[in-house]
Design a protein around this ligand. Sequence first.
Ligand code: FMN
Length: 357
Amino acid sequence: MLRTPFFDPNKTYYENWEQGPFGDFANGEVLPEGAPRFEFLGHKIAYPIGIPAGPLLNGRFVDAALDKGWTVPVHKTVRLKTHPCNEWPNVLALKDFPGQLSIERAQEPLVVTNTYGEPLSITNSFGNPSYEPEVWQKDLGKSLAHAKEGQLVMCSYEGTKREGMSSEEYVNEWVEGMKLLKDAGVEVVEANFSCPNEGAASLLCFDVPKVKVITSAIKKAIGDTKLIIKIAYFDEASLRDLVKEVGGIVDGFSAINTIAAPVVNEDGTQALPGAHRVKSGICGHAIKWAGLDMVRRLKSLRDEFGMSYGIIGSGGVTVPADFKEYRDAGADIVMSATGAMWNPYLAKEIKDAYPDG
Ligand SMILES: Cc1cc2nc3c(=O)[nH]c(=O)nc-3n(C[C@H](O)[C@H](O)[C@H](O)COP(=O)(O)O)c2cc1C
């Protein structure tokens, strides 16, 4: 059942940031968290469920997620300097698309609408906006204090490529931001190498040599702090190459981000304003197959290479049975963004359905 979304697609990112979260997510009810029974990268956690980087815009959203039993919430991707949000609208629903979105189908336009139904698939396009570090560092400190025993607050970061930057400066941009997350007290940080909404021709995660340089530099700087990298959907050979090259450097992989596709209004016109927004990231039910496929392959590559990285699975978790599919596929933690937005009680429903995780 779809409830009032805690991020309101009818409002701008800034209105959501200032006024949200909305609906039952924000009703102040605090659900109990069980004793820590699971382990993730050396952290004892109460249950392997979370919300990935995205809908939790600031500390109030992260605290509300903790209160509703989302054991591992990830603060939306932040940057080293203030960065504007893409023009509204930022979230729209897929119209008449109940199935799974193959990579081939994602080359063709998808019709989007502001009417939301089930199965729930949406597009989101923000461009990773950010407030200045003072704002998010303060928020993270508060949320870390708000977390109960067994809850783990993570945060996602993206290094910004600015005009005229050398590759050394770009690597440093990643390192400096990650150090600020560590300074704020975050013990598991996530590098967003897979944002599809920046107009980049190719995602950073597909450039394996660069990923290796950046992750090595970050790990050198943050020491024991755990580093996860957020990646997109990969074909077989490219994922094998990525894991072979960086699976021993990073502490975990988070898969997947969205699948990019052209999005249009019913009359065929471009749905999102802006030259770089012909394509937009699709998430929710339609991409579940891709998240599951990646988790299965990450697990089998981990076994094959004798590695020990953690696996966070996301993409299309909207009902409790989806959680189980991800766990069976090998996810150490399962996360839901779209599903959580329209059902704050999904974590509770999952815990009730699968008490043993
Ligand atoms: C509203 C919204 C905002 C998002 N913003 C980010 C982000 O800032 N960083 C990121 O790595 N992923 C972002 N994502 C992608 C999610 O983390 C997730 O990988 C993707 O939505 C698939 O999960 P889902 O099907 O449960 O939504 C966002 C997703 C949504 C729905």
